[in-house]
Design a protein. Structure first.
Ligand SMILES: *Cc1c(COP(=O)(O)O)cnc(C)c1O
Length: 363
């Protein structure tokens, strides 16, 4: 049996370092927003290649707080891909703004820059590209469009820690970016954690208030903020794991290269491989027109899978009636066909071979 993802195995190589970090925090007597958070923020900002990093409670909060701090008029529109994970859309609605869904590029599954112009209205204020599955959106045309129309850009980099596009990292392209360190992400905590990256010093100062009840000075509140603080334990653990992220992403790429070279089932659509060395392969997502039968075959042969994601955001019950059900056929087709195969840094060569053998043996 090859599990889709075994988080114990993912963290096993870091056990000694994690225990030391926990001991350090325990004996420090300081547990929320302290020196460990500050040290991780500095290290992560340097890693991404930006001036500021603000640790927050999770990835959804990272995105929501940036949109709130930008203070757009209520009802302003934010462009977001129609095949996004629900968090990207939730961030927009939780900030009191209106999501405008735009169909993705059918090859890369990220926002299609050629579709932006048709989505633009006088109320458009921002674009929220999602670097889905570990691939950075085509940011050069997107930033050019944003500049031309005076829009701000918030990257959803929750699946793209360390991914690059034109030699610049995810999180260093937009006016701000949101990261998640949920345990399954390429850089994962042992609980919930998130961060915002930006080169905008004023925005960074605002966000440090927004994450902590809107307060810069204790008991004085300048904005109606959230409790979205990062705790010392998660920050200390993340700081221990960060130095290994580059190596772990490289191991993911090695596995992706094997999958791309050796998966040979004619009915299978493989992920785009043109940026194989720039992507960080958070997920290796293939498509099959007869997904149910394909999933059943993998299950019967002991290969764990997952589906990211089975339902388009516009069809979620939470957003019922906001969009016509058939408004986003590309997103719907992707959500009907996608299957995530096991891919993580601890997968052995034998396990990769077995996944390939089972996939190629379908029908
Ligand atoms: C995980 C994820 C988020 C949300 O992160 P949380 O920490 O779970 O709130 C947002 N966007 C994408 C694309 C994600 O994968």
């Amino acid at each position: 049996m090859i599990p889709f993802l075994d988080l114990g195995r993912i963290n096993a190589p870091h056990q000694v370092r994690i225990r030391a970090a926990v001991e350090r925090v325990l004996s420090s007597g300081w547990y929320v927003l302290g020196p460990e958070v500050k040290a991780f923020e500095t290290a992560f900002a340097r890693y991404v290649g930006v001036d500021h990093c603000i640790g927050v409670a999770n990835g959804l909060e990272a995105l929501t707080l940036v949109l709130k701090a930008w203070s757009f008029p209520a009802g302003s529109e934010v462009i977001v891909p129609s095949n996004a994970y629900i968090a990207s859309v939730l961030a927009i609605t939780q900030a009191g703004l209106t999501p405008v869904l735009v169909e993705p590029d059918q090859r890369t599954y990220t926002l299609d820059p050629t579709r932006l112009a048709a989505a633009l209205t006088p109320s458009t204020k921002a674009i929220l590209p999602v670097h889905l599955y570990g691939r950075v959106t085509a940011m050069e045309p997107l930033m050019a469009f944003a500049t031309q129309h005076g829009l701000l850009v918030l990257e959803d980099a929750a699946q793209a820690h360390g991914a690059t596009y034109l030699n610049r990292q995810a999180g260093a392209w937009g006016h701000a970016a949101g990261f998640s360190f949920y345990p399954t992400k390429n850089l994962g905590a042992l609980g919930d954690a998130g961060a915002i990256t930006t080169n905008d010093a004023d925005l960074a100062a605002q966000l440090r208030m927004w994450r902590n009840y809107g307060s810069a000075q204790k008991y004085y509140n300048n904005v109606p903020g959230h409790n979205s603080r990062l705790d010392e334990l998660q920050a200390a653990i993340l700081a221990e794991k960060l130095p290994f992220l580059t190596e772990e992403n490289e191991r993911r790429r090695q596995i992706a290269r094997r999958y791309v070279a050796e998966l040979a089932l004619p009915s299978l659509i493989l992920p785009p491989a043109d940026a194989i060395d720039q992507d960080v392969w958070h997920l290796f997502v293939v498509r099959h027109p007869d997904r149910d039968a394909f999933l059943e075959h993998l299950r019967q042969h002991g290969v764990g899978t997952d589906v990211h994601y089975p339902v388009s955001p516009h069809r979620q019950v939470a957003y019922a009636h906001q969009w016509p059900a058939d408004a986003f056929p590309i997103a719907d087709q992707l959500h009907r066909e996608v299957v995530s195969l096991p891919l993580n840094p601890t997968l052995t060569a034998e396990e990769v071979s077995r996944v390939i053998e089972v996939v190629n043996g379908f029908r």
